[in-house]
Write a protein that binds this ligand. Sequence first.
Ligand code: DON
Length: 573
Amino acid sequence: MLYLVIMLKKYTLFAWVLVFAVACQPISKQLENRGTLAKNGLVSSAHPLASQVGVEILKKGGNAADATVATFFALSVVYPRAGNIAGSAFVVYRLDNGDIGSIDGREKAPSKGHRDMFLDKDGNVIKDLSLIGHLAVGVPGSVDAMVEMHKKLGKLAWKDLIQPAIDLANNGFKLTKREAESLNSTKESFKKANRYPIHLVREDRPWQEGDIVFYKELAKVLERIRDNGRDGFYKGETADLFVREMEKGKGIITKEDLANYKAIWRTPVKTPYKKDYQIISMPPPSSGGIALLQLMQGTENYPFRKWGFLNSQTIHTMTELERRVYADRATHLGDPDFYKVPVEMLLNPAYNKKRNESINSNQKTPSTAIKEGNVRAIESVETTHFSVVDKEGNAFSITTTLNGNFGSKVMVEGGGFLLNNEMDDFSVKAGVPNQFGAVGGEANAIEANKRMLSSMTPSIVEKNNDLFMVVGSPGGTTIITTVYQVIINVIEHQMTMQQAVNAKRFHHQWQPDLILMEKGAIADSVKIRLQSMGHVINEIGGLGKVDAILRLPNGMYEGASDLTRSDGAALGY
Ligand code: DON
């Protein structure tokens, strides 16, 4: 509207009639294609009940940090396939005064972990050992990250932030159709991974939409976290249950491993994009932030807006940028406390410019040393991202994971919570792809107490030094390209937040050398043109599940959840 008024400031009668006509359109028409609009605060997460918990905390006077903690614990109950207390979390935040920060609650290898722990005596990878069962579990970090974040940035009392999750666990909640199906399809894996019957396995009949599920044991653990903070998880009864579970299942995490775990405050990585914008994201041990920033730097040199959304030249160029960035990821990225990650080099615009000079506009550059086969068909993997803003303009971007769908499928006996299978994010053997087809080497080799490399990319975008966007996604290695596309969709293709999230996506990660393309994303003519450039295209169901928030020029927030790819909800007030 404002733009229109400025454009038409010649004050012709015709112009004013036009402005009046636009202004009088029904609100719903003007807001078409926008997500949830809110003035005071917004939470966009993978589950409506979790978003609602976050919004209630904001309404009670909590800030975005408080709402993030409350939403996190609510997700550990209502979204156990990825929400967790025994997984990892990365948070990137931007306060309204412009301060930025990030906390790394990534799991680490147990102190008894070592480079060859998933290899047989001949040095071959033992199938699925890093994915299923007790050895797959890293020392969890997400709870400590929440505790530290609340200590530094929270406003309300800790106990008030955990209580809503306890209530959900005790009172039960209704399963959505997707959740019921997901529990049913995981039934056999749950039975295989657990020595005792767990309550998520139903023998009388399959789970159905609307069934009510309770988490009574988890409620007890949450009560201990409510009352004792980090000690409620890393020490005492919860730690005893955790270690007993390890001992029974031949796991190697000890009481000392739990007691010694520490989340780490880290400086976010950032880079300007086209003068007005600044991209802020998670530093190592995530590869996500660096890779995203490299992609954004590469994008500066190409007219994506002119070429258009999902145009063959746009897809080709993004693919070529991604190919180069993921090759860097495989070699250079790992835990910075164990391996000297060349952050400055990777984020040097001159480096990225030089590296992208080899991009041929008519032909793909083949990825060298392509590994056998494709990305392993992953039946289902889950992580979850949520975005939070409050009325002061504080913004939190958080991605949290158990790695696989319900992690290692192991539920701690007596504790009712699931354990991660994050050890698979290490490079278990140099050059051997993990479940996401990602390869690595020295930088991401297993060492005792080292953090495994992640692709989680919780990010914040500034425009003209002010908050612009909060964004992130699950999806393993595809997280990075999903976040990249959503940002480009808004900035270059001028979509609303909701349109940018809804839009079809694709992905390339250097190896294997193929483009994963969401079904129905491109016309046959675009496909034929890409194939003529040498690209191999594999169609897949869905890439990522984005939960994002945009600050509009009038100060309102637009929240967008990935409504076609998940059960998520952006709720505000
Ligand atoms: O940290 C990582 O990169 C992975 N463990 C994330 C896994 C994931 O996103 C699975 N989700 N769909």
